[in-house]
Design a protein around this ligand. Structure first.
Ligand code: DGL
Length: 278
């Protein structure tokens, strides 16, 4: 029997930060990734639009035989997780809870100071904040929407020395230098690409990649599942496949940078055709 396929999606390339970790933890598992690069960013859109796009993304992954979905997007995890769970009868893992738990673990052994960075929609939703407050009402929490980080990361303008990325980071983060957060939640999966620049401005803070924390949770669930433990379980013929709503060649070449290895190909998907009842 083949192992069940895990679907992974994001508005674009950012979810590959979670995918990369998941691949490291589950080297043989069949994974299908969809990046909605034609419609990125999600974080500046209305909640209704984010939910509608996320449902199309999930329908596409189901068409690729996914039997569970890793939402490698902070925005969708913040805004659409409940809707997705209510609509589709499969397991979903979002990035908010795993990242908030890790932030709490670190902050509670220090001064309890957490800074949440995310997209406009994520910050507006108060998703990370709400989870942190359930863990400890006494935490000192600050937050900041950093929407410019998304196109910068999507266009691979995110490394140390990139003047546009550094200028954006200073404009968002300088106000937190005196706060000296113990932990910064990179609550958007695109943001780990800017880790070096963020650490240069706030050097004493631990950075949490929401996608990586969630990937650990997905991998832990898989290793406990009966299908994984089955002695005759084997990878399906295709170990991984990458799909995008944008240009497939551009996606394959940019995704190779995110993953730190060359991916052979990506395929284009007309994602709007995965609207309900079509
Ligand atoms: N990578 C996404 C997130 O984690 C989305 C960024 C966007 O599309 O605005 O929030």
């Amino acid at each position: 029997m083949p192992l069940p396929v895990i679907g992974v999606f994001d508005s674009g390339l950012g979810g590959l930060t979670g995918f990369r970790k998941l691949r490291e933890l589950l080297p043989d598992h069949p994974l299908v990734y969809f990046g909605d690069t034609a419609r990125v960013p999600y974080g500046t859109k209305s909640n209704d639009t984010i939910v509608r796009f996320a449902k199309q993304d999930v329908r596409f992954l189901l068409s690729q035989s996914a039997s569970s979905v890793f939402i490698a997007c902070g925005t969708v995890s913040s805004v659409a997780l409940d809707d997705l769970r209510a609509t589709f009868g499969i397991p979903f893992t979002g990035v908010v809870e795993p990242a908030a738990r890790e932030a709490f673990r670190i902050a509670s052994s220090k001064e309890g100071k957490v800074l949440i960075l995310g997209t406009d929609a994520t910050i507006r939703s108060r998703s990370y904040e709400s989870k942190l407050i359930t863990l400890d009402r006494g935490l000192s929490i600050r937050k900041k929407a950093c929407p410019l980080f998304v196109p910068l990361a999507e266009n691979l303008h995110a490394g140390r020395g990139d003047r546009a990325a550094e200028a954006a980071a200073h404009s968002y983060l300088d106000e937190f230098v005196d706060f000296r957060p113990d932990v910064i939640i990179l609550g958007c999966t695109h943001f780990p690409l800017l880790s070096d620049i963020i650490s240069d401005i706030l050097p004493d803070s631990a950075l949490i990649s929401a996608g990586e924390e969630a990937a650990k949770e997905v991998a832990a669930a898989v290793s406990k599942s009966p299908s994984r433990r089955r002695k005759n379980a084997s990878p399906s013929c295709v170990k991984e496949a990458f799909f995008t709503s944008g240009d497939a060649n551009t996606f394959a070449s940019d995704a190779s940078v995110y993953l730190g290895r060359k991916i052979e190909k990506a395929e284009h998907v007309h994602i709007e055709s995965f609207e309900e009842d079509t």
